[in-house]
Design a protein around this ligand. Sequence first.
Ligand code: ADP
Ligand code: MG
Length: 257
Amino acid sequence: METNQNTEVLCLEGLKKSFGDLLVLDNIDLRVTKGETIVILGASGSGKSTMLRCVNFMEVPSGGRIILHGEQVGKENQNGSRTYDEKSLSDLRSRVGMVFQHFNLFPHMTVKQNVMEGPRTVLKCDQAECERRAKLYLDKVGLGWKADAWPSELSGGQQQRVAIARALAMEPDIMLFDEATSALDPELVGEVLETMKQLAEEGMTMLIVTHELGFAYTVADRVLFLSKGKILEQGAPEAVLINPKEEATKNFLRGHG
Ligand code: ADP
Ligand code: MG
């Protein structure tokens, strides 16, 4: 049982990322407290995906620090730069769950096998523990009854909920969602948002990139507006979504109202 409700799960300090000459993340500072749900908004190209991808090192940051549960990722070199060995990256990735726009379930595995795969291969859990997790997390997303189905037999919304269960089965410290509902038919969006809302209410720590503003308003503890690789504005949902200060935020909201 966690006693300290203010535990910092993730801290980004001066995070930078460039692709060649293009500076995509420009000094991002962010502290994420245990149980916090943060929604990240921003125009296309503002750096939202890159920010999430840096958090689990699918992209290696060009500068700054990423601290997960008080521990900085990677090893410091004598000249102050950092190297990221595969062991520390794979440790990190097993503690950071990620759900993408395109749920890539393994098509040749049943739903249950999909959920068991990470615990089995990465965490080396025994069969009983893998089964326990599969049941627990498929039930959590309301798909225990589909355990033996093939991904192709599920709707897009169900597949995305399995992808969430698969990420949860690693029992991560934080969950990242990158436009998890953007590729879904409109009638399937609600069930996935509902699952995410339930996770937020259960105290999961989450960073969510979405254009679903109604969802952001009801579920976020904090909303960030990213513009040109910087956090231009942040605050409670009412502040950022109803009374934004910045012109760029107002423009974005007009376009997505
Ligand atoms: P968003 O998710 O907010 O739409 P991204 O983080 O995907 O934005 O992209 C931010 C910027 O970085 C864009 O200009 C994009 O073209 C560029 N970018 C992203 N990934 C790469 C990459 N692997 N190589 C070069 N440029 C990239
Ligand atoms: Mg993106």
